[in-house]
Ligand binder design. Structure first.
Ligand SMILES: [Zn+2]
Length: 383
């Protein structure tokens, strides 16, 4: 009877969803909003010296926080600064980490020597050696020289003007890269309809303020203070409100997507990787140098009929089997999907068995979800 089949499918889905809701995962509860620069660090300054990055970023940050407070009273908004004060980059990261925030959104205004450069772009942490991204990194990291003589020791020898020192970023933890990219994609999608239409896309760069955050983190550049038409837009109150609203819209979409049964629903209904792959600007730093131990015989044996497994995380590079990102979970395998290595654990014949194992995995990976593996690749759950 078809109706009975439907009922069974419904029950199975319900079981998975309720597991997702009863796990340790609690959703987006704390957001850190980081207004770039401040105090003795004006950030980028307009050519006529009248407008400073630090004032525009603070205005947009406070407006964004207000929107979140109004529409999500249960979400705690934490500002790295709410006045015109100087906050070192590592202090900003520390505020986010100490508060155990779920998201970190850093707001900046761009500048370039070429006055024609215009548009919005969103960065996630990564090592990208292209010169234009290095220019942004230098711009946003250069503040450390204002932080006192000890900056080099606080940032592990980092010097913003020495390209070689950007190598420290290759040691970054990539466990939140996929979520950061998802949020970045939503932000850019929104901004493309905003007052500055040029969409420069999502990029990766070595940015100190994102370097050590332990949650999904993005840095938004809302336009170029060095471009006369961008500047005209950026300085107006109503546009600053508009930018805050657009970032809020992206936050809202991300929150809904992330909390609706975690990553599983988004995987089934709208594979987010596809959207990311369509953006040619995204260049994750894929360096598969370390070969983890794999047992191909075993993999092939189980892949005949397919199996259920639990996805832990997706990263842009292959991890060592004892990498801290895997949080001590043994018997992990990965599948390369698009540009990401999706790590999963467990080999279950039925979705019920996978559902039973999920809560334990969620203690270490709150965003973990069930996947189906066939012929060595991840296939949609609704197949
Ligand atoms: Zn900046």
């Amino acid at each position: 009877m078809p109706s009975r089949v439907l009922l069974i499918i419904f029950c199975l889905l319900f079981q998975v969803v309720s597991h997702a809701q009863t796990g340790t995962f609690t959703g987006i509860r704390k957001v850190v909003i980081d207004a770039g620069h401040g105090g003795k660090d004006p950030g980028a300054v307009s050519l006529n010296r009248k407008h400073r990055e630090k004032d525009i970023t603070l205005s947009v940050a406070l407006r964004l926080g207000k929107l979140i407070n109004e529409q999500y009273p249960d979400v705690k908004v934490i500002y790295t600064r709410s006045t015109d004060v100087f906050i070192p980059l590592d202090k900003r990261t520390e505020i986010a980490n100490k508060n155990d925030a779920d998201l970190f959104i850093s707001i900046h205004i761009n500048a370039a020597k070429a006055r024609s450069a215009s548009g919005t772009e969103t960065f996630v942490m990564g090592l990208d050696k292209s010169s234009s991204n290095l220019e942004v990194s230098k711009l946003e990291n250069s503040v450390v020289v204002l932080e006192g003589d000890d900056y080099s020791s606080r940032y592990e020898g980092f010097d913003p003007n020495v390209p070689e020192s950007y190598i420290i970023f290759s040691l970054l933890q990539n466990s939140h890269l996929e979520q950061s990219l998802q949020l970045a994609a939503l932000v850019q999608e929104q901004l493309a309809d905003g007052p500055i239409k040029v969409n420069r896309g999502i990029k990766q760069a070595g940015l100190l303020v994102l370097w050590r955050t332990t949650m999904p983190s993005i840095l938004v550049e809302l336009g170029f203070i060095s471009n006369s038409s961008d500047l005209e837009v950026l300085v107006r109150d109503e546009n600053q409100q508009n930018f805050a609203q657009l970032i809020f819209n992206a936050f809202k979409q991300y929150k809904i997507k992330y909390e609706s049964g975690s990553g599983m629903t988004s995987y089934v209904t709208a594979p987010s990787d596809k959207r990311v792959e369509n953006k040619p600007e995204v260049k994750p730093d894929v360096k598969p140098e370390i070969k983890p131990e794999t047992k191909p015989e075993e993999k092939e044996a189980v892949s005949q009929d397919g199996f259920y497994s639990i996805q832990l995380l997706a990263v842009a590079k292959i991890l060592r089997s004892n990498a801290p990102d895997l949080k001590g979970i043994k018997n992990t395998e990965y599948k390369l999907v698009g540009k990401f290595y999706k790590y999963h654990t467990g080999n279950f014949a039925t979705i019920e068995e996978a559902s039973a194992a999920l809560p334990e995995v969620k203690k270490k990976f709150p965003q973990a979800f069930i996947i189906r593996v066939e012929n060595g690749t991840i296939v949609p759950m609704n197949k």
